[in-house]
Design a protein around this ligand. Sequence first.
Ligand code: ATP
Ligand code: LTN
Length: 336
Amino acid sequence: MEINTPQKKTILSGMQPTNDLTFGQYAGALRNWVELQHEYDSLFCVVDLHAITVRQEPAKLRKRSLDVAAMYMAAGIDPNISTLFIQSHVPEHAQLAWVLNCMAGFGEVSRMTQFKDKSAQHADNVNVGLFTYPVLMAADILLYNADLVPVGEDQRQHLELTRNLAERFNFHYSPTFTVPEPFIPKVGAKIMSLQEPEKKMSKSDANDKATVFLIDSDDVIMSKIKRAVTDSGTDIVYDAEKRPGVANLMTIHHITTGKSIAEIQSDFDGLGYAEFKEAVGEALVAFIRPVRERYTALRSNEESLKATLKSGAEHARDRARKVLRKVYKKTGFVEL
Ligand code: ATP
Ligand code: LTN
């Protein structure tokens, strides 16, 4: 473990173990975690407490939590420099969430669009946890005094709430929490569905063809790209408003090849969708293959994976305990 030098700023982020990870999550978040971990004191968690806001099968949740941790590592998170852990292993997250729940306004939490979307998607289970989900997320972040939170565009509103809660606590009691900034990439913050390019690519899309998973086989990736919905145009030009399908494929190609959008546009000048999709598919296959192979190797050694998560949780807990103790004291709880 690298020494946590005080001058290093802190980042924290997490993903829910509700399905296999997607290329969208990689592009919007994971890619930046991998980059930033070298410059920042970094914590990455698998947010299993968040996952149960939607009904989960216990055996699947248990398996997927390990799957997601292995995928973080396969994508490039190095547990020797970053703290990698499972949220439920650090009970301070739930404890701080309670205190923050008592500071969050019903009205402000009601405005969260993810809650509105998810409660429509899961109308048979609109539980209180789903409502208060963003407050738990605020606790994840504030517990480590994170300066920066690398996430995709859809999390911007939750970050704004987190900032408000931090400022409110600091104002009511005394300066305690760092007010975090979101880190949302300029390109790739919202990879779109391959089937309905006006919608976000999601790991819980009912249509399997809409989403590329980081464990998809070469053939599956190729076929999803070839069947991606484009539009009636013929040329390869970036226009996210009018031609979101082509723009999305160009973004994917940019991320997997490092070529700029202008370069891609000129490379495919005069060529049609078929050639373009072939190239996008090939580059995506070449990009995902080594990630998938590393994942398979990491996931096959469950003992080692669990040992990594245990040491990550111990390290996270040491830090979380100190901050929670301070919060409890300021709140007025009698010290044990
Ligand atoms: P769901 O669709 O089931 O709500 P999700 O696919 O958004 O889930 P999360 O675990 O909520 O997955 O997201 C993990 C991280 O990945 C977040 O930072 C989120 O902003 C980012 N992310 C998810 N999907 C995309 C996408 N299509 N494009 C860019 N970033 C994404
Ligand atoms: N709500 C986030 C997942 C999440 C998270 C966090 C992200 C939970 N806690 C803390 C960053 C920091 C999502 O992606 N749906």
